[in-house]
Design a protein around this ligand. Structure first.
Ligand SMILES: Cc1cc2nc3c(=O)[nH]c(=O)nc-3n(C[C@H](O)[C@H](O)[C@H](O)COP(=O)(O)OP(=O)(O)OC[C@H]3O[C@@H](n4cnc5c(N)ncnc54)[C@H](O)[C@@H]3O)c2cc1C
Length: 485
């Protein structure tokens, strides 16, 4: 399934040109040449309202072109073909989920031979099947077609010109200077070493949690290495929220839930919406008090005063601001005014985007943990943060110490940077190829104290991050960890 994700990423980053609609004979020729073509068109027209808009002279050609482009770009990719294959031979799915029984009277095993209601029914059988793999298949194919197709047609459909990328000249002028790397790649041994002594802290993942930890530990004089699976983007060079290659889309193991996360230096802060919910708000306080009552945190942990001071740190470091009344859009104004009329007290949340007209970037108003925390840390002349982007950590390496396991490093697999102008590829000059497996060692940490930070991140150290959790991690880790100050 990760192959499908990679395929999805490469398809979505490709620009879909809106050329003239292929004629009947071209479509027939494609279909004859490749039996999976019919499956592709059937799936496309199941997830998009192709039939409904068949007479619409504006929308119909957009659908047709998107369908053709997806095919032409994906048809030879093994992952795409694997995704389609079960739909060409539905009987091969066996008796599970009732698909066989449903097809019996229809006398076909091909998804493409079914009517739209029949295709929808088959997908609903797969989507509600007891077998994880089949639910997973239904979720993956749906995600693939919806994200590929709507990504491709959104501009012409909405008439909004998406200003996605800065010019090459802007990128060249704004690509950050990085001091010489401390890291050296020993190609023969497949290890990365730090040229000036052992790495004190090795952090995996550069979302808000990893960025705060890296920023603060390094500021405290530690040698810190941050490893990130996604690419390193020149801040402000692209509209990161709309670049699908910066999103990691996966399903839960049962295929029931889709999970979308940022996958770039800056993690979720590159793709998220930018609403900031202060941890001092009553709703969040109620949650924290609940943890306290359940004994999940100590009686004196995360007091309101601590949280307020930590959030003040975040506001300064990240630059959050209160949304002004003039920024409420027309739709939300209806809600706002209605709430006021009913005697309610609607509230404007904080944002961490730049105020209108204040962004220093040509295509985005977005701040991220990359722009607000990591860049300074990477550029510091005294004790720069080390970072390896496009490096997927696959394993934690352990050694035995007095019969106890000690985490001593990680093993990572290099990935290709996303193929965009504005990506800083291989900033350390390792020259490693995509797929290469490399080990990195850091100062050991006993596994018993090995703290895991947030959903996706962990850090190898003795004392920090023991009390991380989603969202709150930003400020709480920074203020509750004496060794970071
Ligand atoms: C579309 C979207 C909108 C959102 N909107 C808001 C909002 O408006 N307000 C709000 O408060 N929150 C919002 N969130 C949630 C918020 O972004 C997350 O809660 C936050 O980013 C989590 O931070 P984190 O550091 O724990 O993890 P992440 O930000 O997910 O960072 C984890 C990083 O680790 C990297 N990684 C994962 N595994 C590995 C590995 N094996 N090797 C190397 N690197 C790895 C990932 O690529 C990623 O960059 C939104 C999230 C999304 C996806």
């Amino acid at each position: 399934m990760s192959a499908i994700r990679n395929l999805a990423a490469s398809l979505l980053t490709a620009t879909v040109l809106f050329v003239s609609r292929p004629n009947q004979s071209q479509r027939a020729a494609a279909s004859q040449q490749d039996p999976l073509y019919a499956t592709h068109t059937a799936l496309f027209s199941t997830f998009l309202p192709v039939d409904e808009f068949s007479q619409d002279r504006q929308i119909s050609p957009l659908f047709a072109t998107a369908e053709e482009k997806i095919w032409s770009q994906a048809q030879s990719a093994a992952a795409f073909r694997q995704l389609l294959m079960p739909f060409a031979h539905l009987r091969a799915l066996g008796d599970a989920c009732g698909v066989q029984a449903y097809l019996q009277p229809l006398d076909t095993e091909s998804f493409a031979a079914l009517t739209l209601p029949q295709r929808e029914h088959v997908l609903s059988l797969l989507g509600s099947c007891r077998q994880n793999a089949l639910r997973h298949l239904a979720a993956s194919v749906r995600d693939f077609y919806i994200s590929k197709a709507y990504g491709a047609i959104q501009e012409p459909l909405t008439g909004i010109d998406l200003n996605l990328k800065a010019s090459h000249e802007w990128i060249e002028a704004h690509t950050p200077y990085l001091p010489p790397t401390r890291l050296r790649y020993d190609r023969d041994r497949h290890v990365i070493v730090s040229a000036d002594g052992p790495i004190d802290y090795l952090i995996v993942g550069s979302g808000p949690a990893g960025s705060v930890l890296a920023h603060e530990l390094r500021r405290g004089g530690k040698r810190v290495l941050l490893v990130e699976r996604g690419s390193f983007i020149v801040p402000g060079s692209m509209q990161t929220r709309l670049i699908d290659a910066l999103i990691d889309a996966r399903t839960s193991t049962d295929g029931g839930v889709f999970i979308r996360n940022g996958m770039a230096v800056g993690g979720g802060t590159q793709v998220n919406v930018d609403l900031c919910f202060a941890p001092t708000l009553p709703a969040i306080q109620a949650k924290i008090n609940g943890w306290r009552q359940q004994g999940r945190i100590g009686p004196h942990d995360f007091t309101l005063a601590e949280i307020a001071s930590a959030y003040a740190w975040v506001k300064t470091a990240i630059g959050t601001r209160q949304l002004s009344n003039s920024e409420i859009n027309a739709n939300n104004h209806v809600l706002w005014d209605g709430a006021l009329r009913d005697g309610l007290h609607p509230k404007l949340y904080d944002l961490n985007t730049y105020a209108p007209g204040k962004s220093p970037y040509p295509v985005t108003d977005k701040r991220s943990s990359e722009s607000q925390l990591l860049l300074d840390a990477l550029q510091d002349k005294q004790n720069p943060l080390s970072m390896i982007p496009d490096a997927d950590v696959r394993r934690v390496l352990f050694e035995q110490d007095d019969g106890k396991p000690k985490a001593v490093g990680v093993e990572l697999r290099m990935r290709s940077p996303i193929p965009e102008d504005g990506v800083i590829a291989d900033p350390n000059g390792f020259g490693a190829t995509s797929g290469e497996t490399i080990a990195i060692h850091a100062k050991p940490a006993h596994s018993a104290r090995q703290p895991f930070c947030c959903v996706l991140e962990f850090i190898m150290t003795r004392s920090v991050a023991a009390s991380c959790c989603i969202h709150l991690c930003l400020c709480l880790v920074a203020s509750n960890t004496p060794s970071m100050r």
